[in-house]
Ligand binder design. Structure first.
Ligand SMILES: [Zn+2]
Length: 78
């Protein structure tokens, strides 16, 4: 038996799905918007497979915006 629950994606906040697959003791969380995937074992709570494509690019964007504001500050002071 498989139960599907609507959840908020922890990666991008869009509507995702959580599948409870009782037959194999697996909980599978997935988001079609950002391709987030998390497969955990419901018995041991161990992560079997995880994939979050947005996290690295978010960090890169933060870094580049920090560089931009830092350079604009030095321009203003000079
Ligand atoms: Zn998502």
């Amino acid at each position: 038996m498989q139960v599907v629950q609507k959840i908020r994606c922890p990666n991008c906040g869009s509507e995702g799905e959580r599948h409870y697959i009782a037959q194999s003791n697996i909980i599978r969380t997935q988001c079609p918007t950002c391709d987030y995937l998390l497969v955990t074992c419901s018995d041991t709570s161990k992560v079997i497979e995880s994939y979050a494509p947005g996290i690295d690019s978010c960090r890169l964007n933060l870094r580049s915006s920090t560089k931009l504001s830092a350079s604009s500050v030095s321009l203003q002071s000079a």
